[in-house]
Design a protein around this ligand. Structure first.
Ligand code: CAA
Ligand code: FAD
Length: 379
């Protein structure tokens, strides 16, 4: 067993850290306040290779492993989780899904511009009446011979208005249950496809979350991913990897908050000494550091298993379940260490606390992660 990062891994981590500090940090408070998507920064992230990190270089990707992806996600998320969720969806849901299960034509047409960040992707599973209960899809993809006719509404779609390539899950044959579901690649601009309202959110306010409406959208058959009826399995397999991205996002939110609390505790004085000299604060820092290290190890273990082409569904669910809990708890404590200053925007920790909550909800709530884990344990 080797806990050392390679020189390559350290270089990726340092590059992401440098980018986050120089390009994402300035303006992050304003973007949060005004719900402004970090468009310019996402473009730069594409140019630096962060939007298709694990994609084979023959399709324009970075050809890196999942461990590198975890390291980069942590660094970006320390500063701006609105940018990192865009990165996570593009990398581990959209690019990975098309690369793993798409046809050669789909890879050439869609994966290539996604891998370079020239285009952004979205993953569309959730609906107004189908969130955790993902098999109860109401959106329909009616088989019309050479195309599908897509009708329905998707909810909460990250990159909803920024994306131009959408992976849309829909029911083709209700009688077949989850085996009657398909995943279709839908392009922005197809007739009958409308982007709905933007959500006004508690956290990740710079991320662009929208509902999407489809009315008689004609989607060519060649845009279906996998065999007929593979759509639900596609979504579940893709989410196994996506959850590593969100676990790493949670890890980054926690470690970002911890680093701010640590630095502040050395500067702020109370009762004649830095608050870091009070044992109550020291114990908070010790708990935070220990839990963050455990979360990091779970993220890296899930990434390692994926890179080794071993089963990683349980490991990624564990990483997401635990890291998101650590993100929530650490950010609350980081605000506490800052006292009143933690409650105002200038010190960043209140934003990290608001951003942490979503990691317990999207890509499967914490309750759903427990279902995934316990089913594996009881198999
Ligand atoms: N990996 C691979 N296959 C899986 C799987 C997994 N993790 N989980 C289920 N499957 C397969 C099963 O093997 C089964 O196939 P077979 O019948 O051929 O064996 C099929 O899928 C149906 O599985 P279940 O009977 O277990 O289905 P279920 O109705 O009980 O639901 C669930 C299972 C785990 C609760 C699932 O519905 C789920 O994951 N829900 C959460 C949805 C979710 O995570 N949404 C995220 C949306 S994307 C997003 O949120 C992005 C973002 O924010 C940024
Ligand atoms: P529900 O499923 O209604 O759950 C409500 C509560 O009941 C939760 O606490 C849940 O854990 C609990 N619950 C439900 N079933 C069970 C059970 N069987 N056992 C125990 N507890 C249960 N979706 C996408 O497809 N693509 C995206 O890009 C995307 N981005 C998102 C971005 C944001 C900001 C948000 C808020 C959501 C996003 N989502 C996205 C949707 C997200 O994945 C869902 O919100 C999530 O899966 C939960 O579904 P729900 O909101 O319908 O809650």
């Amino acid at each position: 067993m080797n806990f050392e990062l390679t020189e390559e891994h350290k270089a990726v981590r340092d590059a992401a850290r440098e980018f986050a500090n120089t390009e994402l940090l300035p303006g992050v408070i304003e973007r949060d306040e005004h719900q402004k998507f970090p468009a310019e920064q996402i473009k730069q992230m594409g140019e630096l290779g962060f939007m298709g990190m694990m994609v084979d270089p023959k399709y324009g990707g970075g050809g890196m492993d999942t461990v590198s992806y975890v390291l980069a996600m942590e660094e970006i998320s320390k500063i701006d989780s609105s940018a990192s969720v865009c990165m996570s969806v593009n990398n581990s849901l959209v690019c990975w899904g098309i690369e793993k299960f798409g046809t050669e034509e789909q890879k050439e047409k869609y994966l290539r511009p996604l891998a370079t960040g020239e285009k952004i992707g979205a993953f569309c599973l959730s609906e107004p009446e189908a969130g955790s209960d993902a098999t109860s899809q109401q959106t329909t993809a009616e088989d019309k011979g050479d195309h599908y006719l897509l009708n329905g509404t998707k909810n909460w779609i990250t990159n909803g208005n920024t994306a131009s390539i959408y992976l849309v899950i829909a029911q083709t044959d209700r009688e077949k249950g989850h085996r009657g579901i398909n995943c279709l690649i839908v392009e922005r601009g197809m007739d009958g496809f409308v982007v709905g309202k933007k959500e006004d959110k508690l956290g990740i306010r710079g991320s662009d979350t929208h509902s999407l409406m489809f009315t008689d959208v004609k989607v060519p058959k060649e845009n279906r991913i996998g065999e007929d009826g593979f759509g639900f399995k596609f979504a579940m397999s893709t989410l196994n990897g996506g959850r590593i991205g969100i676990a790493s996002q949670a890890l980054g939110i926690a470690s970002g908050a911890y680093e701010l609390a640590l630095a502040y505790s050395k500067e702020r004085k109370a009762f004649g000494k830095p608050i870091s000299q009070h044992q109550a604060i020291q114990f908070k820092l010790a708990d935070m550091a220990t839990e963050i290290e455990a979360a990091r190890l779970l993220c890296l273990k899930a990434a390692y298993l994926k890179d080794q082409k071993k089963d990683f569904g349980k490991a990624s669910a564990m990483a997401k379940l635990y890291a998101s809990k650590v993100a929530m708890e650490t950010t609350v404590e980081a605000v506490q260490v800052h006292g009143g200053y933690g409650f105002v925007k200038e010190y960043h920790v209140e934003r990290l606390m608001r951003d942490a909550k979503i990691t317990q909800i999207y890509e499967g709530t914490s309750e759903i992660q427990k279902i995934v884990i316990s089913r594996e344990l009881l198999k």
